[in-house]
Design a protein around this ligand. Structure first.
Ligand SMILES: Cc1cc2nc3c(=O)[nH]c(=O)nc-3n(C[C@H](O)[C@H](O)[C@H](O)COP(=O)(O)OP(=O)(O)OC[C@H]3O[C@@H](n4cnc5c(N)ncnc54)[C@H](O)[C@@H]3O)c2cc1C
Length: 241
């Protein structure tokens, strides 16, 4: 492993390496293991815009476009709206991705098709973009590429296995992790069974799962913390705030 900045090399030993580098999964296979993967990820860009919230209430909206894609319009933070997303094939470096003018126009048009209040580009406070590392199933339409995940295990005789994850979603992360462990079980026969089905996520162990009560207690304990920041920490980190 080479430390960026210093160029210093450190050698680490592990009985297994799990490669969850997302859009960079093939890069890690190549650079870390020096193997050529048969599989590939297809990068599909998705962009979002943030504007001042323009409707009453906390509800979110889902609107469908003539191209059959749906766009979400979500309340965001306190008084903002998060609008997304797009599905554009992307060939560049994942770290260079940004929302382009066509995507911004597409999102604004999607909203303006359904709402009385019309948005303009000048309403945009911020935009951001990410790339989905989708497993390449050779689908023609980027919206139709599978959102499912695929594993690859490289284990050259006697060496530590390298498990690489292609694709996946946040919503399926727990199942993905369980399946990933099943893939490396043959190398670790005394591995215990999965336990996360009933596990609580880090920071989620709030008494009676009552967020408002938890936030009230946090604010009472740290009176010097601005209210918005207390809420932000509580939402992000839960009991680890
Ligand atoms: C626009 C968009 C919309 C999405 N919408 C949804 C949705 O609605 N629902 C949903 O469930 N999922 C959604 N996803 C998918 C979700 O974001 C991904 O499935 C999820 O982030 C995958 O997590 P990951 O940890 O596998 O990879 P990532 O979050 O991509 O993390 C990979 C990490 O590896 C690191 N890395 C790369 N190379 C190296 C290296 N050489 N050494 C060390 N670290 C390295 C990177 O810095 C990065 O932190 C969306 C994704 C995008 C882009």
């Amino acid at each position: 492993m080479t430390e960026s900045g210093t160029g210093r090399k450190t050698e680490l030993k592990a009985r297994c390496v799990v490669n969850t580098a997302g859009p960079w999964v093939n890069d890690v296979i190549g650079r870390v293991a020096g193997l050529n993967s048969r599989r590939n990820v297809r990068l599909v860009k998705g962009s979002h815009i943030i504007v001042p919230k323009f409707w009453e209430g906390r509800q979110a909206y889902l609107v469908q476009n003539p191209d059959k894609r749906v766009i979400f319009i979500n309340p965001y933070e306190n008084d903002l709206a998060l609008i997304g997303t797009t599905d554009i094939p992307y060939e560049g470096r994942p770290e260079d991705v940004k929302a382009d003018a066509n995507e911004i126009a597409y999102l604004i048009t999607s909203v303006n098709r359904y709402f009385k209040q019309q948005l303009a580009e000048s309403d945009i406070i911020h935009s951001f973009s990410g790339v989905r590392p989708l497993y390449d199933d050779n689908a023609e339409n980027p919206s139709a590429v599978t959102r499912d995940y695929i594993f690859e295990v490289d284990a050259v005789d006697g060496t530590a296995p390298l498990l690489s994850v292609f694709g996946g979603k946040i919503t399926t992360f727990r199942k993905l992790s369980e399946h990933a462990l099943e893939k490396i079980r043959p190398f670790f026969p005394s591995m215990k069974p999965g336990w996360t089905a009933k596990g609580i996520l880090p920071g989620g162990d709030m008494p009676k799962a009552d967020f408002e009560q938890f936030l009230g207690d946090l604010r009472a304990r740290y009176r010097w913390l601005p209210a918005d920041l207390a809420k932000h920490y509580a939402r992000l980190y839960g009991t680890r705030a």
